[in-house]
Design a protein around this ligand. Structure first.
Ligand code: SF4
Length: 328
């Protein structure tokens, strides 16, 4: 398992903290999150809605907009802190070395520009040293690689393509326009039906292998993580609460939240066990937790320390870390 100072890391996130100013006060969306990713490694970032996982992804790429702000931390990608790069340089990193796939392929494209124009712009940005007269041929080749026959269709608009085709076009733009080493995917199959989802998953698996891409997959779907990822990071109330290899975390979760989360989901094949929903609700991120944010819902609560000290992420097994006083 990587700790957050491993020198072999492709991405090394240290103490990332992102907050949003609202009329009701400061929302502590992401608090002191640290993790690392090796080249080619696939990591699932999971948690309930509002746990901060999508905000982590957007913070990594400098996509947090006012009233939000990354208030502290470092995002070291190939030893450069992305949080310190001027926006002009970040535009080259986004889509060039680090790419992002959004949940909703329809809204990811500008409806008033042709698909060809949007992809030509991307190639112009990431392949400035290549002659632009070959771009259309290259776009058709890129789209063929992801299973979209675009011959004669580059003048079409987003509404001329199906949702599944748009998702494939977005994947082509993310993986093939530049030379990314890291792909960030935010719920990439949520809006697709089951058959198309399986095809898109296979495509992502193939492209990762072919291009040696590392992946951060944000999802609430743990089955997807089991299929695609080597490691899983579990978030709760803006903090990382467990980090470990997929097999260990699914077989023997260490953090009580991960354990209760897995007990609340159906298993395939069905085990016959009763599903146990997690009692209570997620905490209000407006208030600063002085102890463990999961304490009011925790079935393994061990006493006053849970209410008074925020637990640090510490080793909980040979391949897992957990932020819980059970392992202090
Ligand atoms: Fe439960 Fe305490 Fe661990 Fe929090 S720190 S998960 S309340 S045992």
């Amino acid at each position: 398992m990587l700790d957050s100072t491993d020198r072999s890391a492709l991405l090394d996130v240290r103490g990332l903290t992102t907050r949003f100013a609202t009329d009701r006060g400061l929302v502590h969306a992401v608090e002191d999150v640290s993790f690392s990713i090796r080249p080619g490694e696939a990591v699932g970032l999971v948690g309930e809605s509002g746990s901060g996982k999508s905000t982590v992804l957007r913070s990594l790429l400098g996509l947090i907009q006012a009233p939000g702000r990354v208030s502290s931390g470092q995002v070291l990608f190939r030893d450069r802190d992305l949080l310190q790069l001027p926006e002009r340089e970040m535009r080259g990193v986004r889509g060039g070395q680090v790419s992002l796939i959004f949940q909703d392929p329809v809204n990811a494209f500008n409806p008033s520009l042709t698909i060809g124009d949007q992809l030509r712009r991307m190639l112009r940005l990431h392949r400035a040293d290549e002659p632009s007269d070959g771009f259309d041929r290259e776009i058709v080749r890129m789209l063929a690689r992801v299973g979209v026959d675009a011959t004669g269709k580059l003048n079409g608009y987003a509404f001329n393509f199906s949702q599944g085709q748009l998702q494939r076009i977005m994947i082509a733009a993310a993986c093939l326009a530049g030379t990314p080493a890291l792909l960030l995917a935010d719920e990439p199959t949520t809006s697709l039906d089951v058959t198309i989802e399986a095809q898109v998953l296979q495509l992502l698996r193939d492209l990762r292998q072919e291009l040696g891409l590392a992946l951060i997959l944000v999802t609430h779907n743990l089955a997807l993580v089991a299929e695609l990822c080597d490691r899983v990071l579990v978030m709760y109330a803006g903090r990382l609460v467990e980090d470990g290899d997929v097999y260990s975390v699914f077989e023997a979760p260490k953090h009580p939240y991960t354990r209760q989360l897995l007990q609340s989901l159906p298993r395939f094949p069905a085990s016959g066990e009763r599903l146990e929903p997690i009692a209570g609700s997620v905490p209000d991120l407006l208030s600063v937790a002085h102890g463990c944010a999961f304490a009011p819902r925790c079935e393994q609560y061990i006493g006053a320390i849970c209410d008074s000290e925020v637990p640090a992420l510490v080793p909980a097994s040979a391949s897992q870390r957990a932020a819980c006083h059970l392992y202090a």
